[in-house]
Ligand binder design. Structure first.
Ligand SMILES: *[C@@H]1O[C@H](CO)[C@@H](O)[C@H](O)[C@H]1NC(C)=O
Ligand SMILES: *[C@@H]1O[C@H](CO)[C@@H](O)[C@H](O)[C@H]1NC(C)=O
Ligand SMILES: *[C@@H]1O[C@H](CO)[C@@H](O)[C@H](O)[C@H]1NC(C)=O
Ligand SMILES: *[C@@H]1O[C@H](CO)[C@@H](O)[C@H](O)[C@H]1NC(C)=O
Ligand SMILES: *[C@@H]1O[C@H](CO)[C@@H](O)[C@H](O)[C@H]1NC(C)=O
Ligand SMILES: *[C@@H]1O[C@H](CO)[C@@H](O)[C@H](O)[C@H]1NC(C)=O
Ligand SMILES: *[C@@H]1O[C@H](CO)[C@@H](O)[C@H](O)[C@H]1NC(C)=O
Length: 433
């Protein structure tokens, strides 16, 4: 305890020093990340057909109740309502500038000049005013105090890539204004970023592991790699940091979007490691198996609640939503209104592999909630960072002449779409009480 507090930064200094540091981290990652992905793998995907399998089963289903009250129609209806209530993933976006955004992006210390598109000169702010409305129910209103109360003496940890980091930053912004600045701290230790609400002894953490398994992109600051290499059999170096979290939220998607992944048997240091190019889906499956095995053996099922964020869609090709203006998400200001819109940035085969992995864990008694946020995010071509972000190198004349060429259509402006992911996570955390 004492070593922890002595090693944590002084609170006041921590915020002065750390805000720029965090921004730096985020900026670097986003920069490298997008550099790395630009144009390469993402354009090589098969066009996707809309998916039509049934949606996720609701978290509040209570079959006993249904049976017990079988002969009471009023009650039965209520229960059915409750069940429906929990399909948060099918719905529509409605314009709501009364209750949204959930926080002021200009005041969240974790955003200032990053992910906060407004700071970077985005004029059209309508992307902040959309509320996700599930078809058969309402999402509970996010209450930061209630969440912190729920997290008292607990650890909530996001694990994955920069999209999960996007969501982590969103969560910090969602609770930020409810905590006086003298009562929070931020600590960075290797790949682990720990935000702490001191009064609650609650932490909201992020662990950088873009492929979940070990890889050559594991450095949280410098992960620009030409040729991605994954050790699909090795996860413990990362996973040992997750074991004691109370809530684990995983994602891993975009870094896998290459036709072939180089897989390493052996260690990075060892001269006799065996490298092999493996078809991406196969590699993804191998990594998910390693991840599953690890969770099954190391995580205390009755203590830790585990979530998987389904893939975050990209909006790289505007012809898919029938736009004739910019070639991608650049300049988009309205959501897609076409029901069930699905773009080629979302790979249903990868989603299926995740669903299978989660199903198999379920059979072994380890319950993982799949938060199926892909469809709802698909509609939001208007909500990506686009060009409203930080750039490391000054943009060249050629670049400036063609803004869509450097638009980021992967990550999301905050306030924005990841806030909705967190509202859904919030609903699940409370529905499990
Ligand atoms: C950083 O994490 C390592 C374990 O990975 C731990 O041994 C060390 O004490 C931590 N450092 C701080 C400053 O918390
Ligand atoms: C997730 O949502 C997509 C799109 O609505 C759907 O096709 C898929 O079956 C869902 N997955 C699960 C596990 O519910
Ligand atoms: C049915 O359930 C409702 C709500 O729980 C209750 O108010 C009502 O009295 C019940 N009716 C019968 C006939 O049990
Ligand atoms: C919300 O939007 C409507 C229509 O665009 C506008 O008339 C109204 O002033 C806005 N309200 C707020 C609080 O911004
Ligand atoms: C938020 O939660 C806290 C703690 O549970 C509660 O006291 C407060 O009334 C809630 N606020 C709203 C607006 O519901
Ligand atoms: C603070 O929270 C941690 C878990 O994050 C827990 O291990 C520890 O016991 C808590 N401290 C107190 C004083 O309750
Ligand atoms: C698992 O967690 C539960 C609830 O926190 C606790 O009672 C139990 O002792 C834990 N089991 C192990 C093996 O640590």
């Amino acid at each position: 305890m004492s070593s922890l507090s002595s090693s944590s930064w002084g609170i006041r200094t921590s915020f002065q020093l750390l805000t720029p540091l965090i921004l730096l981290v985020l900026v670097i990652s986003i920069f490298y990340f997008t550099q790395d992905d630009n144009g390469s793998s993402l354009n090589k995907l098969d066009p996707l057909s809309p998916l039509s399998s049934p949606s996720l089963s609701p978290p509040l289903v209570n079959n006993n109740e249904v049976i017990r009250n079988n002969n009471n129609d009023t009650r039965k209806e209520e229960v059915e309502m409750l069940q429906k209530k929990c399909d948060y993933f099918s719905g529509k976006w409605v314009f709501d500038n009364e209750t949204y955004p959930l926080y002021d992006g200009k005041r969240c210390e974790f955003l200032s000049d990053l992910l906060g598109c407004e700071y970077f000169g985005r004029q059209d702010l309508s992307y902040q005013y959309w509320r996700w409305q599930p078809h058969h129910c309402d999402l509970p209103r996010f209450n930061a105090t209630a969440l912190l109360e729920r997290l008292r003496n607990k650890r909530l940890m996001y694990v994955g890539d920069s999209l999960n980091r996007n969501q982590w930053v969103s969560m910090m912004c969602l609770v930020d204004s409810s905590i006086p600045s003298s009562l929070k701290s931020m600590q960075i230790n290797g790949s682990l970023f720990t935000f702490k609400a001191i009064e609650y002894n609650a932490t909201i953490e992020f662990y950088w592991a873009p492929l979940l398994v070990e890889s050559n992109a594991d450095d949280p600051f410098k992960h620009r790699v030409g040729d991605r290499i994954a050790r699909t059999q090795a996860i413990e170096m990362h996973a040992k940091h997750w074991t004691h979290a109370d809530f684990l939220i995983f994602d891993s998607y975009l870094w896998w979007r290459v036709p072939f992944m180089k897989i390493l048997w052996g260690t990075f240091e060892s001269p006799d490691g065996v490298y092999k190019d493996v078809e991406m889906l196969k590699g993804y499956e191998m990594a998910l198996r390693t991840w599953s095995d690890w969770l099954e053996i190391h995580v205390n099922h009755s203590k830790t609640q585990i979530f998987w964020m389904s893939l975050s869609p990209t909006h790289e090709r505007s012809e898919e939503w029938g736009s004739t203006g910019s070639p991608n998400c650049y300049d988009e200001t309205q959501p897609i209104m076409k029901q069930d819109y699905w773009g080629s940035g979302s790979d249903p085969n990868m989603m299926k592999l995740v669903e299978e992995a989660i199903e198999n864990l379920g059979k072994k008694g380890l319950n993982i909630e799949l938060l199926n946020i892909t469809q709802l995010s698909e509609y939001r071509k208007d909500a990506h960072l686009s060009i409203y972000r930080k750039f490391y190198d000054p943009l060249t004349k050629e670049q400036l002449a063609n803004p869509s060429g450097y638009a980021d259509c992967f990550h999301w402006c905050l306030p924005g779409v990841p806030d909705t992911w967190n509202e859904i996570l919030y609903a699940y955390i409370f529905s499990s009480l």
